[in-house]
Design a protein around this ligand. Structure first.
Ligand code: CU
Length: 285
């Protein structure tokens, strides 16, 4: 009997020591997206504050965290927080009200969250971001890939289901196009030779992308779609819509090298090259 009690005590301490409770808040905000060629379109985002920001919040936690996430709907229509890959879905959140959801990952990796209400229409209004559960202290960068078809977004904002073929003219990483991606410290890879660098990638758009790295080969640490490919070392990584990748890079040489979508249409913006998914990595000795 005593032995069972002692075992129970050790088990309890063990479980307690391995989990960590975190409180976080996410706001659903409505605002405007300005394209670089002068259009202003209605847009929505999940943000960490109640002011609208076109970049959906990147949620980063430790793999031992259990997150109690409060969701506050500042918009005028209902929304719902969902992550299919983490197996969670909040209740429908009415305008001006809030909900709470508990999130925990079975394993470290890159996940997607999005609006599950009126799917995929609300998701296509901008509402989709990335959650990363980490099990390392390596330097990390985050690329949430999205395209923008301004005609679609305008119609969806007015409650109209788009009838035209999806024809996006803007190709964005964390809401930015080249050259502004390099100004985003979440996205722009900066490091030293020999560092272990992780790049977390989500595709929350509707088109497939394929990222080509110049100068370095990277290891596929995690793939939501093709886990059997994990461990492969390559320089080009395709990613389908609503999928995620975690890549590891250990630079062997200094330099400034580009990364771009191998689908060159996605390197354009408003038909101008190279105003799309293009950035550089800056590695110093
Ligand atoms: Cu290339």
């Amino acid at each position: 009997m005593n032995r069972i009690l002692i075992c129970f005590l050790f088990l309890s301490i063990g479980l307690y020591g391995l989990s960590n409770q975190i409180l976080d808040t996410l706001y659903i905000n409505q605002g405007f997206f300005q394209t670089f060629n002068g259009s202003t379109i209605s847009y929505k985002s999940f943000n960490s504050a109640s002011d609208f920001d076109k970049t959906n919040a990147v949620l980063t936690y430790s793999s031992i965290d259990t997150v109690s996430l409060t969701l506050i709907n500042n918009d005028v229509i209902s929304h719902q927080f969902r992550s299919a890959s983490l197996g969670v879905s909040s209740v429908v959140i009415a305008p001006g009200s809030q909900a709470n959801i508990s999130i925990h990952a079975e394993q470290a990796g890159t996940y997607i969250y999005y609006d599950g209400q009126d799917y995929p229409n609300n998701k296509n209004l901008g509402l989709a971001g990335m959650i990363v559960f980490k099990n390392s202290n390596a330097a990390s960068f985050y690329w949430n890939l999205k395209e923008l078809d301004t005609l679609w977004v305008n119609e969806l904002s007015n409650g109209i289901t788009p009838s035209a073929i999806y024809n996006p003219k803007f190709f964005l990483i964390n809401g930015n196009h080249n050259p502004n991606i390099n100004l985003d410290p979440l996205a722009r890879v900066v490091g030293n030779v020999g560092d272990t660098i992780l790049i977390h990638i989500s595709n929350t758009g509707n088109a497939s992308h394929s990222l080509h790295f110049h100068g370095y080969h990277l290891k596929l640490l995690q793939s939501s779609e093709h886990p059997y490919q994990e461990g492969r070392i390559k320089d080009t990584f395709p990613i389908h819509p609503m999928q995620t990748l975690t890549l590891q890079m250990v630079p062997h040489q200094p330099g400034e090298y580009p990364v771009h979508d191998h689908n060159l249409v996605a390197v354009t913006g408003a038909n101008l090259y190279p105003n799309g998914m293009f950035l550089t990595m800056l590695i110093t000795p």
